[in-house]
Design a protein around this ligand. Structure first.
Ligand code: TRP
Length: 335
């Protein structure tokens, strides 16, 4: 299938995946693996731009591979790779960085936010350079589509700027990726504060349902979910709690909001919350089983990453040698 278009997206191997990650991103990626040549990167080199624990990073990387596979990113149909395994990401980032105005990096929202956070006063240069490395991640694979969340829009725009700048400076080389923020995919909000996105940094952890939460924990979190005044079960602006629960219910079952509203007319909030919890338990149980079956199988996980690296490296070397030629580096000796 040489003519398939390329999809690339990446995520940091931090912490645990939650329902928002699954419905908002991973499930949509899984739906693309039959139609696109998909590369899914675990960006461990990005993960060291903030304070972290090396042992945790290694563990999270393996767990992320296991979670992705469990969520349907079948390694026989897509390429799962670790960024640090591929020669080319940091090399290309260096070259792109030489074209990138310093001021543009200093103005990036995420840099400003993160550099002001409780870093014990330390801001590494990697944090400033983060978006250049991300641009390299994308351009290295000449991706046609780069599905990302709304929060990555500014980074993607920088990537486009750098691709255009490179093409103008050296001649047409990179495909300029379009900003691809999928409209599909439910936006899941905190069960405790439905005005905010579900997030692992939610102050109240009852608001965030992790993919690996045991059924009893899932039931408890839904039981404590905030609802709204009144007693109708309808998705409406003045009912953010119930709307969020309906969204989750719909995403978990594949049934439309309208259908679910009709089915649950007259049901109490308490019973409704239990029904949503059961739908989520049913959805997550097989994912959890698949996860447990591979998470401790290092050989299998290493094998998946090796296969992914093989495919990714092939593309990366091709782009890198083209780039080296364009910028005037002499031919690399075969060693
Ligand atoms: N910055 C992205 C995030 O935090 C992760 C990322 C790194 C990425 N490189 C990428 C996403 C390339 C898409 C494409 O979510």
């Amino acid at each position: 299938m040489p003519d398939r278009k390329t999809v690339l997206t990446c995520a940091q191997p931090t912490g645990q995946l939650h329902l928002g990650n699954y419905f908002g991103a991973i499930r949509n990626w899984a739906n693309m693996i039959d139609d696109y040549e998909c590369f899914f990167g675990i960006v461990d080199q990005h993960a060291i731009t903030m304070p972290y624990e090396p042992a945790e990073l290694r563990k999270s990387t393996y767990r992320m591979v296991a979670a992705y596979v469990a969520c349907g990113l079948d390694p026989a149909k897509c390429h799962l790779f670790a960024q640090s395994h591929i020669i080319g990401h940091t090399e290309l980032a260096w070259i792109l960085g030489c074209l990138c105005p310093l001021g543009q990096l200093e103005r990036m929202t995420q840099y400003k936010e993160k550099s002001q956070r409780e870093n014990a006063g330390f801001v590494g240069s990697g944090l400033l350079y983060y978006p250049v490395l991300m641009a390299a991640d994308i351009l290295l694979y000449n991706a046609d589509r780069v599905p990302v969340g709304e929060d990555q829009k500014q980074h993607l725009e920088l990537c486009r700027d750098l691709a255009i700048k490179f093409n103008n400076t050296y001649s047409e080389t990179f495909r300029v990726p379009s900003v691809d923020i999928p409209k599909t995919g439910a936006r899941i909000r905190s069960l405790q504060d439905p005005e905010r996105k579900m997030s692992k940094s939610d102050a109240n952890q009852n608001g965030c349902v992790y993919l690996l939460d045991p059924p009893a924990v899932i039931r408890k979190k839904f039981k404590s979910a905030v609802t709204d005044s009144g007693r109708e079960i309808v998705a409406r602006e003045d009912k953010p709690g119930i709307s969020n629960l309906l969204n989750i219910y719909s995403a978990a079952t594949g049934r439309s909001i309208e259908k679910l509203e009709a089915e649950n007319a007259g049901v109490s909030y308490g019973d409704f919350k239990s029904k949503v919890a059961e739908a989520v338990v049913d959805l997550l149980s097989p994912i959890q089983e698949r996860f447990e079956a591979i998470v401790n199988d290092k050989d299998q996980l290493n094998g998946i990453l090796a296969e992914g690296a093989k495919a990714a490296q092939k593309v990366a070397f091709k782009t890198l040698s083209k780039v080296h030629r364009k910028v005037g580096f002499v031919e690399r000796p075969r060693i």
